[in-house]
Design a binder for this molecule. Structure first.
Ligand code: ADP
Length: 331
């Protein structure tokens, strides 16, 4: 995230998320340019929203670099205006340098968990901590600077490939090397270098006739490259069910260790091929952690994970050309 500035740019996204459905497509599109504080100011004024996430008057300095532990401690959370809580007394620790895969059926609370970790919302009860410190003690923008995030509704910026990846950090020292590194890790390098004007190719056809459109999976590689370019010590990936094509999945699968080395990673994916490689798998159901362990441990346990895995494997056998995926009914 471009540093400093008015803190709650993402709060705008939260505000937007709530009203977005009811808005015209044109206005909803503003959500895609939330990095620009100008829009943030206009929008909060327009919507009459007050940020729900506030910065402390004297924020605590961020901690030393290195893998961090991120934890939800006795977290309770209810969406504004909703009757039912999503979480009541939830405890979950993402251990330093580990990859935790989060699985569970639709509505289990996976995306909401990411929203709390990114401070789109703060919990009403309990706390989110970074190395034991309540994240509300940090400046929100500085805290988010520690996170590389690929959200389910990742943004397709109608800008050049370079701007899509470097977003707000154009012209930084060693930009070329870092762009290439991030794109390579995200399996997007060949794709971008193969575009008609390489890194300077305009992506998307919404605003420019000569723009180059990409497939869902290709856009997702670009979104992942963007998250990696920030070189943040914490990576949160909430994958959309359908966007990743089998080819992209296979490529990312091959680079899995490379992608997660030294980072604390949370991965939400419907692809069990990837899930099984995680250091730890957490099964979420009705906002509660019902199982927690490695792939082998959870299979031995013969519980919910084993059941989901068996169903997926069955689906795989009956459609071998498709990469394994959580069955729709479960995903
Ligand atoms: P998952 O990502 O596991 O599918 P979600 O975190 O999206 O689950 O949803 C968890 C629960 O919160 C669901 O019951 C869902 O209906 C509810 N929910 C999600 N977003 C909102 C929202 N903006 N306002 C009110 N309720 C919501």
């Amino acid at each position: 995230m471009p540093g400093g500035g008015l803190l709650p740019r993402r709060v705008m996204v939260a505000a937007l998320a709530g009203v977005r459905l009811g808005l015209s497509r044109g206005l909803a599109h503003l959500g895609e340019v939330y990095e620009h504080s100008l829009f943030f100011q206009n929008l909060t004024a327009f919507l009459g929203q007050r940020p729900s996430v506030v910065a402390p008057s004297s924020p605590r300095p961020l901690l030393a670099p290195g893998p961090h532990t991120l934890a939800l401690e006795n977290v309770s959370f209810t969406y504004p205006g909703a009757q039912k809580p999503v979480f009541e007394d939830l405890n979950l620790t993402l251990r330093a340098g580990e990859t935790t895969a989060l699985v569970g059926v639709n509505g289990a609370g996976k995306t909401t968990l990411v929203k709390l970790l990114t401070r789109l919302y703060d919990p009403q009860g309990g706390r989110v901590t970074l190395d034991g410190v309540d994240v509300r003690e940090f400046d929100p923008a500085a805290y988010r600077g520690q996170l590389g995030v690929v959200l389910q509704d990742f943004t397709r910026y109608q800008l050049s490939a370079r701007e899509n990846v470097a977003l707000g950090r154009i012209g930084e020292a060693d930009e070329e090397t870092r762009l290439q590194g991030a794109a390579r890790q995200a399996s997007a390098l060949e794709l971008i270098e193969g575009l008609p004007e390489g890194w300077n190719t305009l992506l998307g056809r919404q605003f420019h006739v000569r723009g180059q459109d990409l497939s869902g999976g290709q856009w997702q590689r670009v979104a992942l490259a963007r998250a990696l370019y920030r070189d943040a010590p914490i990576l949160l990936r909430d994958e959309p069910t359908a966007a990743l094509d089998a080819e992209t999945e296979a490529e990312l699968f091959g680079r899995y260790r490379d992608l997660t080395r030294g980072r604390t990673t949370l991965l939400i994916t419907h692809r069990f091929n990837t899930v099984r490689m995680a250091d730890r798998i957490v099964v979420l159901e009705h906002g509660q952690v019902i199982e927690d362990g490695t792939h082998a441990e959870l299979l031995r346990r013969g519980g919910r994970y084993a059941e989901m895995y068996a169903l997926q494997a069955e689906g795989y056998r009956s459609a071998e050309e498709q990469a394994p995926q959580m069955p729709e009914a479960l995903g």
